[in-house]
Design a protein around this ligand. Structure first.
Ligand code: KG4
Ligand code: ZN
Length: 416
């Protein structure tokens, strides 16, 4: 094993180009993220061709910045890790091709990382970093089943724009040098991801992209119980049983193999919001709001949620707050029911939607009531980044689990 344990992580699965240097899966030396939000915002969603073009443009300068910020040179690295899926095929390919070329030229091993595993390790990396800071030790905390900061096994809710999955995460059984993390799929969405619901509802209400942060901010001004979106509207569709869900994210085993209590569905609530807008005559004001924000973009001004706030009446703010309250409530109820049923020792929530304030407050309160530790990534580590990829690669590096030069992008890569 090398002395330094430095891994360069590269992430390009969706609309963020990111590079980071992490030491021993426990200490971030640099983490640089180039967001493409401004590129995709005028379209109200990620345009795959534009994403690939932006990744191509950004991948070299972002990697150079990450190396420079780390204070290390490419020769100091032990391995190059890259996201191999799930994600957009063309976007993944940019990162994979670059990582392969870099690893080959440097004579370093290449490590393929699953994006979902990366999100889980975003939390573990920060927990180890906290432990390390508290211990005052000079060396980063090694990966060890006793030293993850959180009691194990942990139930991980990975909740983002492309994914809503529950995994039981178990560390390597026998100490830091042996084995890989194990993940069992406990639940998943049958249709839209929770972040996708935030994005679609924001779009139909004439708000900006991505919708999560807009809804999160505007929800503060509304009454979360004004519109009674019940859990019954977030239903499991019985006719899908035995079939593979039709989500665009990772493919998994047939849902019949999963406990239906831990399955999610977010397309129903999106339709319920749409119906509310139509029935209450809010359509014209949603369109007007969207036009105003688009005109701002057209004149070179980047609108924020504050601009949208002055364009929303109280009924719309109540609708926004009620939507968020229902989605968070549904995630909360199913996650803690699953944690109890499978005997998880802790809960971690990760992915873009983990940035949501109401989610953090309610999960923290519920966990305290149940005496179950809960952890979230910092806001910067909630959304896509490369430090989580480099951290997830560390146990694979120790296990000698390297990718071949024939590594390909796998848009539907599964975990577990
Ligand atoms: O993890 P991420 O950066 O990319 C994916 O892997 O999808 O997550 C992006 C998603 C988007 O759907 C975005 O609307 C959502 O995370 N998101 C939020 C918040 N911040 C980002 N959703 C709710 N509240 C937020 N504060
Ligand atoms: Zn992600």
């Amino acid at each position: 094993m090398s002395r330094s344990g430095l891994i360069l992580g590269i992430e390009s699965s969706c609309d963020e180009t990111a590079a980071a240097v992490v030491e021993r899966g426990a200490q971030t030396r640099s983490s640089i993220v180039a967001s493409q939000i401004a590129t995709h915002a005028p379209y109200g969603g990620v345009v795959p061709e534009l994403a690939s073009r932006e990744h191509l443009r950004n991948i070299v300068p972002i990697t150079r910045s990450a190396m420079a910020a780390s204070g290390y040179s490419l020769a100091d690295l032990d391995a190059i890790a890259v996201t191999s899926g799930p994600g957009l095929a063309g976007a993944l390919l940019v990162g994979i091709t670059y990582a392969k070329a870099l690893a080959f030229a440097l004579g370093k091993p290449l490590i393929a990382v699953n994006h979902l595993e990366g999100h889980i390790h975003a939390v573990l990396l920060e927990e180890r970093q906290r432990l390390h800071a508290a211990s005052g030790a000079g060396e980063p905390i090694p990966l060890n089943s006793d030293e993850n900061g959180l009691p194990m096994p942990a139930l991980a809710l990975v909740v983002s724009g492309g994914h809503t999955h529950l995994f039981l995460a178990k560390p390597p059984a026998a100490g830091p040098e042996i084995g890989a993390w194990q993940y069992s799929l406990i639940g998943r969405t049958l249709d839209d991801a929770a972040g996708e619901a935030f994005d679609k509802v924001a779009k139909l209400l004439g708000l900006g992209y991505p919708g999560g942060p807009w809804i999160d901010n505007l929800a503060q001004f509304g009454n979360p119980t004004a519109v009674p979106f019940g859990f019954t509207q977030i239903k499991v569709k019985a006719h899908l049983e035995g079939k593979t869900p039709r989500t665009k994210g990772a493919q998994t085993a047939p849902i019949a193999d999963l406990d239906r209590h831990f399955l999610f569905s977010f397309s129903g609530i999106k339709t319920a919001v749409l119906r509310y807008v139509e029935v209450h005559g809010l359509r014209a004001s949603c369109d007007a709001r969207q036009r105003t924000l688009m005109e701002m973009i057209g004149s070179g001004v980047t609108p924020t949620w504050r601009d949208a706030r002055s364009l929303c009446d109280q009924q719309t703010l109540d609708l926004i707050a009620s939507f968020q309250h229902a989605v968070v409530g549904n995630l909360l109820k199913k996650t803690f029911a699953a944690a109890e049923a499978i005997g998880a020792a802790s809960v971690l929530v990760t992915g873009g939607v983990a940035a949501n304030r109401e989610l953090r407050v309610r999960f923290t309160a519920e966990a305290a009531e149940r005496g179950l530790p809960v952890a979230f990534p910092t806001l910067a580590m909630s959304t896509d980044n490369a430090a989580m990829i480099a951290a997830a690669a560390w146990p694979r590096f120790l296990a000698g689990d390297f990718a071949g030069w024939d590594l390909e992008a796998n848009p539907r890569l599964t975990l577990a």
